[in-house]
Write a protein of this length. Structure first.
Length: 121
C-alpha cells in the first residue's frame, strides 16, 4: 500500500480555494472534490481570517436587502380587528432555541397566532 505524500498549499492557493466556496450554488464538498482534498480542511481554512474573504468582499456592491410583505393567510377568512382595551399591552413568548418574541402595543391575537403557527411549522 502506497503512502500518501502530505501536500502543502500556499496562502494564495488557500485564499483562492476559500473564495471558490463563496460562489453562488457552489458547496464546500464540490470544491474539495475538485482539489482531491477533505472538506474539513477547507472548513478549517474558512475559519482562519487570513484565508476566508470578508462577507462584504464576497457579496459585492450589488447585495441588497429585499423588501417583504406580509399578507393574510388566504385559507382563513379575514377578521376585523377590534382592540379589547385601549391601553397598550406587552406580550413576551419564549420560543425554542432560546429565542424570544416580544410584541408591544395593540395587536391582533389571531394574526399573532397565525405568525406563531408559521414559525413553529
Amino acid at each position: 500500500m502506497a503512502r500518501r505524500k502530505r501536500r502543502t498549499w500556499s496562502d494564495e492557493e488557500k485564499i483562492s480555494i476559500c473564495l471558490q466556496t463563496k460562489a453562488p450554488g457552489v458547496s464546500v464538498s464540490q470544491v474539495a472534490r475538485r482539489y482531491a482534498m477533505s472538506g474539513n480542511q477547507i472548513f478549517n481554512w474558512l475559519k482562519d481570517t487570513r484565508f476566508s474573504p470578508p462577507v462584504a468582499e464576497v457579496a459585492g456592491e450589488d447585495a441588497v436587502f429585499l423588501p417583504i410583505t406580509v399578507s393574510p393567510d388566504p385559507l382563513e377568512p379575514a377578521a376585523e380587528y377590534t382592540p379589547v382595551s385601549t391601553a397598550p399591552s406587552r406580550l413576551e413568548i419564549a420560543l425554542n432555541g432560546g429565542h424570544r418574541l416580544s410584541v408591544e402595543g395593540h395587536f391582533d391575537g389571531d394574526a399573532l397566532a397565525r405568525l406563531l403557527k408559521g414559525l413553529i411549522s
